[in-house]
Structures are given as C-alpha cells and as structure tokens.
Design a protein around this ligand. Structure first.
Ligand code: SF4
Length: 159
C-alpha cells in the first residue's frame, strides 16, 4: 500500500457551518455540502471546526423552520428583533443559546474567523429571511461572533 500524503495545513483553525461540510444538520435534515468551501479550506490549509449552532442549542434535527418576524440577529441580541418558528413560537432564547455555545467553541479552538451558511437565521452573513423575503442582515450566531471581533464570511464570498 502506498503512503498517504499528509495534507499541508497553516495550523489556523476556522469555524465552519457543519451543513456546508456535508453534515445533515439543517432544519429539514439535509446538508448543504459546498465544494467551494472544501476547496477553499484545502487551498488555504485551514483546519475546519464544524459547528451547528441550532444543534448546539439542543434543538432536534429535523426541526421547525425559523425566520425573523422583525429585525435580524443584531436586533435580537439587542432585545429588539424576533425569530419565530413556522408554528409561531418565539425562538430568540434558544437561538441565543446556540450562538453562545458556538462562541465558546470558537474560543476553545482558537478560531478568529468563521465561514458560515448564507441566509440562515443563525448563520446568515449578508442576508436572512423575514418570512419568505430575503432581507439584508445577519443571523444570531453571526451577530455574536462579529461582536466578539471575529471575521465572518459566507460560502457566497468565495465565488
Ligand atoms: S444552524 Fe447553521 S450550521 Fe446548523 S444547519 Fe443551520 S446553517 Fe447549517
């Protein structure tokens, strides 16, 4: 058997939305595996730390779809916005728990940046959903990571 080559790494860690890495963590039980993300991590020699804030918060998979009724992640952290499930349940507290858990993992794994899934109420970086409408804004986890000084990009920034 031939020797396997050890991939080169820069030693730098980066938080990555687990669904982008191919894990079936989404509300609908599916993944959003992105070859662009995998290629980027390899090219840059980054060590991905997979996180799913909604699973870290203790939510089941699959779970109800959630969107913003008002505001975005920044507004929720400021006590002004509202994230609600498709059944009309207010989700602010549990989504904030997932954001805090994710920040804790970033600290424990020495991540200074994150690559998160666009459009998600937790992970969105440039836009989120208010009902069926896409609006400019960030997810709740993204807002907390940005507040802590981390750089956050989405898979769409790699194109
Ligand atoms: S919370 Fe983030 S990591 Fe988890 S499934 Fe949604 S977009 Fe992916």
């Amino acid at each position: 058997m031939g020797k396997e080559e050890t991939p080169k790494t820069s030693g730098e860690t980066i938080l990555v939305s687990a669904c982008l890495l191919g894990l079936p963590t989404r509300y609908d039980g599916k993944s959003k595996r992105s070859q662009d993300v995998l290629d980027y991590l390899q090219r840059e020699g980054l060590t991905p730390i997979p996180v799913c804030p909604e699973q870290l918060a203790g939510m089941t998979t699959p779970r109800d779809k959630t969107f913003f009724q008002s505001g975005d992640g920044r507004a929720v952290l400021a006590g002004k916005g509202a994230a609600v499930s498709e059944k009309g349940r207010l989700m602010n507290v549990i989504f904030c728990r997932g954001a805090k858990m994710t920040l804790e993992i970033a600290r424990l794994s020495d991540c200074r940046r994150a690559l998160l899934k666009e459009g998600s109420p937790s992970c969105g970086v440039h836009r989120v959903y208010q009902g069926e409408n896409k609006v400019a804004g960030v997810g709740i986890t993204t807002a907390l990571l940005l507040n802590s000084g981390m750089d956050v990009i989405s898979e769409e920034d790699l194109k």
